[in-house]
Design a protein around this ligand. Structure first.
Ligand code: HEC
Ligand code: HEC
Ligand code: HEC
Ligand code: HEC
Ligand code: HEC
Ligand code: HEC
Ligand code: HEC
Length: 372
């Protein structure tokens, strides 16, 4: 797609608040730079149609099999399509063929795959684990033939919007044409058809209309806009459909145990950055929120220099050096390697074919502190 191409505003789905979503490409007309960097982010790529560009798993003969206690799995590619072949070892041993239709995960740590059966969406048995470039049994799946129905409580953190047949979001029957894959602009800014229509009709308007500004939000509202997906799987939503929360809302009105996020200190691959950060001295003693350090429109992976600058914007070099007896403490270009180290997850470990020990996933802690 060329960046110069933009779309007419056409409603592609309707949120539970009555406002319409448009295709994210519609935003290019007036916000080309943000759009261009946004499509490089893990958010934008966290779900997609399962095509050659997005499926990261290996299909080469010899690397494409997974042998579990109760089932043999084989991954094959046929033209532009990808399939899982599942042959149970006991009971009915007929081979079941499932197409990989949707990819979940940009592939930083790994990917899971969803398959349509009519309008029912299921997660297939295998996932792909990036650090070992191998197929694994999906996290929390049993070791016999299994697939999991995918309801809104799975999709809510990995897509922009889904139109579930059942308004409570339970059940896995969807309107396939109203599934907005990827976490795009309107997941963080709300459905914006009115904004687009207004500004196209009023090209000289310089203030944004029918759109909120994050700078008008309270600290809690800004945190909640990220915490809705970054406070661990414990954050259950009880009010309305799982997609009904939008930026500007207050999460505690939705969630029965969000108040306890800071007690869920267990590291989890579905990371609890909110809980960990909120226990940090930096957070408690300042007004920081997630966007103090993160630019939500950019792929910042590995850009450690810019994170150092964020640390030093609050921690003056001379203050730290006066307190800390480490030579050249702040000369280091990598504050986070010592103060936000990578930790192996306690809960997220994967069995990998050919290896006896389970392999843990490494996650960068948001509990900023002094470690050995
Ligand atoms: C026809 C032009 C136009 C289109 C299309 C458009 N916008 Fe805007 N938008 C504007 C203008 C003008 C402003 C105000 C100036 C600015 O902040 O850039 C604005 C501001 C914004 C703001 C900032 C609000 C604030 O005050 O901080 C957001 C967020 C935003 N737009 C999101 C979007 C998204 C998402 C899309 C696509 C769904 C979109 N816009 C499409 C013209 C447009
Ligand atoms: C709708 C759910 C959702 C919301 C809202 C959300 N995130 Fe995320 N975020 C995710 C998911 C899912 C991933 C993992 C994406 C992947 O790699 O597939 C992620 C990944 C990230 C990453 C890692 C990026 C990388 O390159 O590995 C950062 C940083 C991040 N989010 C920060 C934020 C911040 C800051 C906000 C609020 C402005 C926010 N997120 C809002 C779901 C969300
Ligand atoms: C409460 C929000 C939430 C829910 C619900 C959720 N995830 Fe995630 N998921 C995340 C976040 C956030 C990340 C990024 C991991 C991190 O924080 O380091 C992630 C990461 C992943 C990844 C790895 C992505 C990568 O690029 O490495 C996969 C695969 C994944 N999730 C699959 C699923 C599946 C399948 C479901 C449904 C059964 C699900 N997730 C439900 C928030 C969620
Ligand atoms: C992960 C959540 C997230 C996504 C996805 C996202 N934004 Fe934003 N956006 C934010 C946050 C948070 C701010 C406030 C940033 C700040 O104040 O520093 C913001 C600010 C803005 C602004 C106003 C300030 C500025 O930076 O110019 C515009 C315009 C905007 N976004 C447009 C978009 C468009 C267009 C897209 C999609 C191409 C998009 N956003 C995707 C979270 C997001
Ligand atoms: C918004 C301002 C702000 C930012 C940004 C910030 N901090 Fe802090 N940090 C503080 C405050 C305030 C304290 C409390 C102690 C103090 O007043 O010096 C603190 C405390 C600390 C401590 C002592 C922790 C303890 O448990 O005793 C460390 C280490 C630290 N910060 C490292 C960092 C690193 C590394 C970064 C960048 C990743 C960072 N900080 C970013 C404000 C900030
Ligand atoms: C003090 C600075 C700071 C703040 C505040 C902060 N982060 Fe981060 N975050 C980082 C750094 C540094 C990394 C590591 C980036 C890298 O390794 O490329 C990171 C990484 C992440 C990742 C990827 C984790 C992984 O291991 O894959 C996610 C997700 C994330 N942040 C979400 C958030 C959310 C949500 C908030 C707010 C609750 C937040 N962050 C607040 C500095 C911060
Ligand atoms: C090689 C590891 C390492 C690196 C790199 C590092 N630190 Fe530290 N830092 C430490 C240790 C260890 C302490 C505790 C020393 C002590 O208590 O005397 C500390 C203490 C601190 C403190 C707390 C001071 C206090 O006692 O209140 C702050 C703030 C801090 N570092 C910020 C930073 C910043 C900002 C950077 C990057 C510019 C950075 N550190 C880089 C290891 C490191």
């Amino acid at each position: 797609m060329k960046i110069s191409e933009y779309l007419e505003p056409v409603a592609v789905a309707t949120h539970y608040n009555g406002d319409n979503f448009v295709d994210a490409q519609t935003c290019v007309e007036c916000h080309a730079d943000i759009y261009k960097s946004h499509i490089e982010t893990a958010h934008y790529n966290t779900s997609a149609i399962a095509d050659e560009e997005h499926v990261k798993g290996v299909f080469k003969e010899g690397l494409n099999a997974l042998n579990l206690k109760g089932v043999r799995l084989k991954m094959i590619k046929d033209g532009h399509q990808f399939f899982q072949l599942s042959k149970p070892k006991f009971g009915d041993t007929t081979v079941v063929k499932s197409e990989l239709d949707i990819v979940i995960g940009s592939g930083v740590k790994g990917q899971s795959y969803l398959s349509w059966e009519n309008n029912q969406l299921n997660q297939i048995q295998v996932s792909y684990f990036e650090p070992t470039n191998a197929w694994v049994n999906s996290p929390n799946f049993p070791d016999y033939a299994f697939r999991r129905p995918v309801d809104d409580n799975c999709l809510k953190c990995h897509v922009t919007f889904a139109q579930n047949e059942n308004e409570s979001g339970n059940g896995n029957v969807y309107n396939r044409n109203k599934l907005l894959l990827g976490i795009d602009c309107q997941r963080c800014h709300g459905p914006l058809e009115k904004h687009v229509v207004h500004h196209r009709a009023n090209p000289n308007e310089v203030e944004g209309v029918y759109v909120d500004s994050y700078s008008d939000y309270t600290r809690q509202q800004r945190l909640d806009a990220c915490a809705v997906c970054h406070s661990g799987l414990q954050a259950q939503q009880v009010k309305g459909n799982p997609f009904s929360f939008i930026a500007g809302d207050t999460l505690s009105k939705y969630s029965k145990n969000y108040q306890n996020y800071n007690r869920n200190l267990k590291l989890d691959v579905h990371g609890n950055q909110m809980g960990l950060l909120s226990e940090s001295e930096c957070f408690v003693n300042s007004k920081m929120d997630c966007i103090t350090c993160h630019n939500p429109h950019e792929n910042e992976r590995g850009k450690h220099h810019s994170f150092n600058a964020k640390c030093l914007s609050c921690h003056a070099t001379q203050d730290i050096n006066a307190q800390v007896e480490i030579n050249n403490h702040t000369d280091s270009q990598n504050c986070i390697s010592c103060h936000m180290p990578l930790f192996p997850s306690n809960v997220m470990k994967l069995s990998v074919a050919g290896q006896e020990d389970e392999i843990p996933v490494y996650i960068r802690t948001h509990l900023i502190g002094v470690y050995d």
